[in-house]
Design a protein around this ligand. Structure first.
Ligand SMILES: [Zn+2]
Length: 377
């Protein structure tokens, strides 16, 4: 039994677990994140790992971190909810632990976990869309995470869906996450309660009497009870979600969308309107299969499970070859001349060279039953 440690590093907590080869967590620890201080955050990560290492022998350690990870999977370029700015996270944690760690974006880690062990197991082309305060996402193409040339791929929350629409935290207007996220759901409900209090009696009751008291759990509860105002909020936000998924299908044509994040706990309250809007908006509908739209299965643990499994995977890939420059991606600032196929070349070069081994293990292209993302259950 090979065990690996996965650490989910978010803006509020550091959660670490020992994960077996079947994606099961055998031990788990949680700390609050000293998010304002990179050294303290790194120490908190090292502390939870050290504590787990005292009781378990593991072959690999992976970090799933909330922020932009560079193409070499070593540096946190930026994190909205942590103080990381061009922070060499991999090096800093390795110095503290005296062991190698693998760094991955947290949404990528979650998507990997869902594709290996969760809602998307068996699929090679998967998109995870995490609907929380904002919208996070991760892309798996042909059984491999797609990170983009600079590690920035998978930010559909900031695709503009409404010209001159609602102001987004990113500074632009009309971003998808302003319409299809948990924040959008809450904004929708509060606005409705302000405008039509007589129609929002149950929502206001659950919110303590004021529109400002209404938040996600109250809306979900009211909708579960059948409250028309709350259901209408889910219809609106789910509609935006489904329409955006159709846009993503126009670009990526995945077999399966996994919907995660806090709002996905509402299940079909969100997914039914999303599926309906998706099927209405999909280009070529009637002449192509509809992608599956499924709720994430691993919940809060997905980041831990995915980070651990990716670290184990990286260890397997690296094992046949000597460690060194050949396992390191080219510098993110290196210039690549444009030319035929340069797009595809650049994406594969952004990964460790040892990924060739995985490509050979993968099932033949064109099937949707992977080897690399095969279920072990
Ligand atoms: Zn935005």
């Amino acid at each position: 039994m090979t065990l690996a440690i996965g650490v989910d590093v978010g803006g509020t907590k550091v959660a670490a677990g020992v994960v077996d080869a079947d994606g099961r967590i055998v031990a788990k620890l949680k700390r609050s994140t000293p998010a304002a201080s990179p050294p303290q955050t790194e120490q908190a990560i090292a502390d939870v790992v050290t504590e787990l290492l005292a009781s378990y022998q593991v072959t690999a350690i992976g970090l799933g971190a909330a922020g932009f990870v560079d193409g070499e999977r070593a540096t946190m370029l930026f994190a909205p909810n942590l103080a990381w700015r061009d922070e060499p996270l991999k090096q800093r944690v390795e110095e503290r632990l005296g062991r190698e760690v693998v760094v991955e974006n947290d949404a990528n880690a979650s998507a990997w976990a869902e594709a290996r062990f969760g809602a998307a197991r068996g699929y090679r082309d998967v998109m995870l869309v995490a609907v929380g305060t904002g919208i996070g996402a991760a892309i798996i193409i042909g059984g491999e995470l797609y990170r983009g040339r600079w590690g920035m791929a998978g930010e559909p929350g900031h695709v503009r869906v409404v010209p001159d629409g609602r102001l987004c935290g990113c500074g632009n207007r009309g971003c998808w996450e302003q319409y299809a996220s948990g924040s959008a759901l809450v904004a929708e409900a509060r606005e409705f309660a302000r405008r039509t209090p007589e129609g929002a009696i149950r929502l206001l009751q659950l919110g303590g009497g004021t529109p400002e008291g209404i938040s996600g759990p109250e809306i979900t509860r009211a909708a579960t009870e059948g409250d028309p105002a709350a259901l209408r909020c889910f219809q609106t936000v789910g509609g935006w979600l489904g329409q955006g998924l159709a846009d993503l299908a126009a670009v990526l044509d995945p077999a399966c969308f996994v919907i995660g994040g806090g709002v996905s706990e509402a299940g079909d309250l969100l997914l039914d309107p999303a599926r309906a809007a998706f099927e209405r908006a999909l280009t070529g509908r009637g002449h192509r299969p509809f992608a599956q739209i499924a709720v994430a299965e691993l919940g809060q643990d997905a980041g831990i499970v995915g980070a651990a499994d990716l670290a184990r995977e990286a260890g397997r890939e690296a094992a046949p070859q000597a460690r060194g420059p050949q396992t390191t991606a080219p510098s993110s600032s290196s210039f690549e001349p444009p030319g035929p196929g340069s797009f595809m070349r650049s994406t594969s070069m952004a990964k460790p060279a040892t990924n060739a081994a995985t490509a050979q293990n993968a099932a033949s292209p064109g099937t949707d039953q992977p080897a690399a993302v095969a279920t072990t259950k």
